[in-house]
Design a protein around this ligand. Sequence first.
Ligand code: MN
Length: 263
Amino acid sequence: MARILVTNDDGIYSRGLRAAVEAVRELGDVYVVAPLTQKSATGRAMTLHRPLRAKLVSVPGARMAYGLSGTPTDCVIFAVARFGNFDVAISGINLGENLSTEITVSGTTSAAIEAATHGMPGVAVSLEVEWKKTLGEGEGVDFSVAAGFLRRVVGEVLEHGLPEGVDLLNLNVPSSATGETPIEITRLARRRYAPTVEERIDPKGNPYYWIVGRLLEEFEPGTDAYALKVERKVSLTPLNIDMSVRNEETLRRLREIFENGSR
Ligand code: MN
């Protein structure tokens, strides 16, 4: 029986996590470790300066489910320490798409990245929803189409593993998708938001700040953002966690400058 880990960054009470468990429960033994509270946009943060509390939670379809007072990355580390490695680690179904190089901000994709560092194939899955619903628990959101695509991707990973050089898959499903919506294999867009800071004034007259992002609208064809936002297709991005540059010409030039001091 395959061993499947499910986590997310919207918390163990998110309906998206429960939909993910339902989607894959027939593919193996499902274990859940997920944050007790909303942890979106926490990236790959790890809790090192305070203890973690774990609570057994009932999640239909899961063999065992823990809510953890930490981040999505803490959850993956806890799951491996507690249960050993898994054949696949799923993170999602996230409330809101996770696109472009900004995925390192995402707790959802970061959990799959953490899993990949433990040698487990990761699948991050996100569903486009209205902005105001991204920090809720998925009330009124229909996860069924995203769940179908997740089942298909996880089934493939369990049967054949990830292709050479791929550590994780980042799956994004548009809100308008049906079972017939095509999948496009994509690369990350360079950028999706133009983040800035808004200043407000508190009741005592002191300024405070909110980070806000203006959505960009121009994306290159072939990118995840173009597939989802322009073509309205399901985007599947194969990712590698090695961010180092491999281009030999570039490396040769840098060696000349920094190793040989020839500039
Ligand atoms: Mn989230």
